[in-house]
Design a protein around this ligand. Structure first.
Ligand code: B1M
Length: 212
């Protein structure tokens, strides 16, 4: 579909104005928000990553593409989120300490909100103490995202901090992000891992024993 290709190319080129205009056009044409996300935005960011790996793109290119993508996600958010439902539970979500990547985390938050969870978004570069504070304030699930192999250990540090605070049994801790695996989740004692935003909603429900 031409408009999806336009969105893809605009994000790839870091052209936020064109990306936003094409997303608005796609929505006016009746293209589903999920299709815009899964067929244009996410593939564009995947290609940005490949170009970075190949040495074609550098950090500034990644950054302008990320800003274009985030502006598009902001437009899609109201459509992806169902309004007016009583929250199933509260999820405190954040990208772990040292890690500034927040696009995937934001998508997971949007999908969880759409599935009926209340979201406490702690942002990026979140130290363990902030997650602990959120749990003390009532979050039943703590959701940790990491995009760098160098920041994955902060997931373990966070889980260990929950143990030290005597709060490990009070919360479910789920993890995700491009370099994260089920094996890593098992290794560090997380309650669950999911590879993408839609399976994250299923996992969150499973962790609370809710029907999926
Ligand atoms: Co960076 N970066 N980056 N980056 N960046 C990656 C991650 C990288 C893979 C690129 C590459 O080399 N191909 C690489 C990491 C390599 C590694 O660790 N082995 C990398 C690097 C090296 C770096 C820097 C170190 C570069 C530098 O400075 N030299 C630096 C680190 C900064 C820091 O964090 N301290 C850096 C910086 C940046 C920008 C700031 C420029 C920008 C981030 C902007 C932002 O997020 N606001 C950026 C970007 C955009 C990327 C890529 C291109 C795209 C990431 C993204 O948004 N993907 C990325 C390459 C790639 O991933 N292909 C790359 C789209 C997003 C929808 O997917 O985040 O995977 P993702 O989320 C998915 C799933 O993973 C999952 O669901 C999401 C939706 O389906 N998921 C969860 C995520 N969290 C979850 C949590 C869950 C469950 C599922 O439960 C809790």
């Amino acid at each position: 579909m031409a408009v999806l290709e336009d969105i893809h190319n605009a994000v790839l080129n870091g052209n936020k104005t064109a990306a936003v205009a094409s997303v608005q056009q796609a929505m006016a044409e009746g293209v589903a928000a999920e299709d815009i996300l899964n067929q244009a935005l996410i593939p564009a960011m995947t290609e940005v990553g490949q170009r970075f790996e190949n040495g074609e793109y550098f950090v500034p290119e990644m950054l302008v593409s990320a800003r274009a993508m985030q502006a598009c996600v902001d437009i899609l958010k109201p459509v992806l989120v169902q309004a007016g439902v009583k929250p199933l539970a509260t999820v405190a979500i954040g990208t772990v300490k040292g890690d500034l990547h927040d696009i995937g985390k934001n998508l997971v938050a949007i999908m969880l909100e759409g599935a009926g969870f209340a979201i406490q978004d702690l942002g990026a570069n979140v130290p363990a103490e902030k997650f602990i504070e959120a749990a003390r304030n009532g979050a039943q699930i703590v959701a940790l995202s990491a995009l760098l192999t160098t920041t994955m250990p902060a997931m373990k540090t966070t889980i260990d901090a929950f143990k030290e605070a005597g709060l490990r049994d009070r919360v479910k801790i789920m993890i995700g992000g491009a370099p994260v695996t089920q094996a890593y989740a098992d290794e560090i004692g997380a309650d669950g891992y999911s590879p993408d935003a839609s399976s994250a909603t299923r996992l969150a429900k499973q962790l609370l024993g809710l029907a999926v």
